[in-house]
Design a protein around this ligand. Sequence first.
Ligand code: GLU
Length: 415
Amino acid sequence: MLEAAHRYFHDAASVLGLTERLREILVTPRRVVKVEIVTENDEGDLIHHIGFRVQHNNTRGPYKGGLRYHPSMDEDHASALANLMTWKTAIVDVPFGGAKGGIDCDPHEMSITELDRVTRKFVEGIKEVIGPMQDIPAPDVNTNSEVMAWIMDEYSSHYGFAPGVVTGKPVHLFGSLGRDEATGRGVMYALREALKDQGKTLADITVAMQGFGNVGSHAARLIAEQGGKLVAVADHLGAVSNDDGLEVPALVEWTAEHRTVDGFPGGEPFKGADVITWPCDVLIPAALEDAITKENAADVRATIIVEGANGPTTPEANDILNKRGVTIVPDILANAGGVTVSYFEWAQNIQQFQWELERINAELEKKMVRAYADVRDVAKEKSIDFRTASFVLGIRRVGRAALSRQPTRKKISFE
Ligand code: GLU
């Protein structure tokens, strides 16, 4: 994953003609925090985890990015994802830098009280480096508004009332309306804009989706509301398809109860891995990284891929798809709706004022439409693919800000 993030960074750095030294400066995280978390499980036995917070860059504002609870979480993983956050916040032009973190645990195997204890211990370990003006965590894979509420509570118990220390909180506890569905909504807007470029609308398309969690389920619902057909969906436990389009609201209800799409009566089961090569117009990988690889990229049938997940396409697959002329709307653009509404939530916390949902959604739409257009302009200007253009745009904005904060005697250009 780190390798992929670096490869994409270097592709863009080459377009910008950046020196080796400058590249090194831009990819190196500014701070890496690793803490040991020791607590007891519900049976009273000691449990032990490692927590991470990688602060990649804060040139354009406080560090910002999610917390992922997953057995695969380690320093490299957090670094790669933190790196992506830096360019993502710059692409949607929200006043933040990039960070990421998490714990190497599996919440599916933990009780809520265990999860609460582990989270609070983690906060104890990182509390000196986070804060509303310093670093603002948010939900990511396997974390949610509940976890954010505990973080806010624990942090506030040390430093006093500080709702702006995390985003993605429950709406009744200083969260924002629309934050929950924001990433999925942003995916829908990104896809809508990409389709516009091809003279199509959401009503014209069939979609295959990998992952039906927070990102995927909201994106699917919003796309279906505009007439798009979800023909196949897979999660880590099962997969269902329906050529006439799956009934998305019913599927959402089913997964809320069963925690998987598996067994959904409104579709036919199939082998989950086949979702990547399913016959469809649009493929939305919305699960974890490395979903589209050199093994399956040549068989992808979609002509547009919108990356709901972070890092779902390996560099080898990316090259195969680019050669085949498949349009990829990359993660750092496509899934930036989440951090955009995180920004709105943070702004509301600081203003001590609540925005209405209409305003949130309208501002989110503006941000996504503008970001897409900015990336497309760079892609045209430099004759490059959307992913490289997204990185160029992000690096350019961060680079320019850095030079304004600290001019160099030898001229550096980010053009
Ligand atoms: N975890 C989300 C992401 O990868 C959201 C980050 C945030 O809201 O800070 O973009």
